[in-house]
Each structure stands twice: as structure tokens, then as C-alpha cells.
Design a protein around this ligand. Structure first.
Ligand code: G6P
Ligand code: MG
Length: 217
């Protein structure tokens, strides 16, 4: 049976995907090209610098390392300004209820996010106390689809991979869960998340008993 739930942050627990998108779009526009929501799918779950590389390749732009650092910093300043104003109203539908239900049922709860801004977001939305372990972009060396972020989370809560379920909205994250040997529930639309065991449109469609049905069957 399932003993731990590992949650991605952006796009699963909180609605920050739109802020990432707005900040990257603004950067692309400054660089002179358009950046669509379709393009943005490729950035979900991907680290900041890797996202910048994808963005620049879409624009057909090549830059040296110091210029890239500067642009990534600029994007993050805009992004940080937006997430600084977040509060609990930006927790995604069903997320808080499901976190509570996990804890009431004795499941371990961990965060597995690529973001270096995770603590700011967790604190501003008030959900930090729900986690037994918080693994974010400041604690990992390899980005998703590398399984590191989830493997570390499972180790920290003391649960073996096959008893973990990962909740992910990004293709790279689903792949990371697979490589970690964990179950995976996709959050979003099935087209983008074909490799998940199961896809729901949001955590509002998730309960602990439903989780056990999905995973056991
Ligand atoms: C998450 C998001 C990505 C973001 C990455 C790094 O995985 O889905 O869009 O690029 O975190 O976030 P950061 O806050 O460190 O720039
Ligand atoms: Mg995500």
C-alpha cells in the first residue's frame, strides 16, 4: 500500500505556472520574439537555466554564460515580485484538502520541486507545516527527469520507492517519478502526461481511497 505522497509544487499545489510563463514571455519579448503557452509546456518542471536554454533555442539566440546568468536573474526578479504577493487563495483546488487527508491517514508528505523559490511560495501560501520533508532546487544537483529530487524525498521520509506516489503536472516530472521507481498521478491533461499511471485534472479529484484503488489495481 501507499505510505508517502510526493508533490511537485508549481502547477500541482499552487498556481505559479502562470507566473513562470509571464516572466519568461516578458524576457522573450525583450529579446524580440514571441513565446506561446504551447512553447511553455516544454519549460514545466525544468530548472531555471535549462528553461532559459530552451527559451533561447526557440528564439534562435546564442549567448555566453555571463549574459545567460544575467537574463536568468532578470526573469527571476520578475517572477519573485509576483510570488511575493501570493497568499492561500492561490493554492490550487483540492490541494489543501488532499494534503490534510494524507496526514490524517498517516501518509508521509514530501515536496519534490526543482524551484529555488519553493520556500517563499510554501510560506506565503501557508502550507509549509503539511510537509515531513521539503526537497527543492536548493538541495538537488540533477534536475528532472533525473529522479534525484524524488529519491531524496522518499529517503528522507523513510519510505521505499514502490510505496510512494508522485503528483506531477510536467512531462519531465512524470519521467523522473518513473525513473525513481514510483507510482505517478498526472495533474492536467492526458495528452501531456501519457506516462503517468493515471491523470486527474486537479487534486480536487483525488482522495486517499481513490489513490489506493489506482495504485493497487
Ligand atoms: C519548477 C517549474 C519550472 C521552473 C523550475 C525552477 O519545476 O515547473 O517552470 O523553471 O521549477 O524554478 P525556479 O523558481 O528555481 O526558477
Ligand atoms: Mg510542476
Amino acid at each position: 500500500s501507499i505510505k508517502a505522497c510526493l508533490f511537485d509544487l508549481d502547477g500541482v499545489l499552487v498556481d505559479t505556472a502562470k507566473y513562470h510563463y509571464l516572466a519568461w514571455k516578458r524576457l522573450a519579448e525583450e529579446l524580440g520574439f514571441d513565446f506561446t503557452e504551447h512553447d511553455n509546456e516544454r519549460l514545466k518542471g525544468v530548472s531555471r537555466m535549462a528553461s532559459l536554454d530552451i527559451l533561447l533555442s526557440i528564439g534562435g539566440i546564442e549567448l555566453d554564460e555571463s549574459k545567460k546568468q544575467e537574463l536568468a536573474e532578470r526573469k527571476n526578479d520578475w517572477y519573485f515580485e509576483m510570488i511575493s504577493k501570493m497568499d492561500e487563495s492561490e493554492i490550487l483546488p483540492g490541494a489543501l484538502e488532499f494534503l490534510k487527508e494524507c496526514r490524517e491517514n498517516g501518509l508521509k508528505v514530501a515536496l519534490g520541486s526543482a524551484s529555488k523559490n519553493a520556500m517563499t511560495i510554501l510560506n506565503n501560501t501557508g502550507i509549509t507545516p503539511y510537509f515531513d520533508a521539503i526537497i527543492d532546487g536548493t538541495r538537488t544537483t540533477s534536475a528532472k527527469p533525473d529522479p534525484e529530487v524524488f529519491t531524496l524525498g522518499a529517503t528522507e521520509v523513510g519510505v521505499s520507492p514502490e510505496q510512494c506516489v508522485v503528483f506531477e503536472d510536467a512531462e519531465a516530472g512524470v519521467e523522473a517519478a518513473r525513473r525513481a521507481g514510483m507510482h505517478c498521478v498526472g495533474i492536467g491533461s492526458p495528452e501531456n502526461l501519457a506516462k503517468a499511471d493515471f491523470v486527474v485534472s486537479s487534486l480536487a479529484d483525488m482522495t486517499v481511497s481513490r489513490l489506493n484503488d489506482i495504485v493497487v489495481s
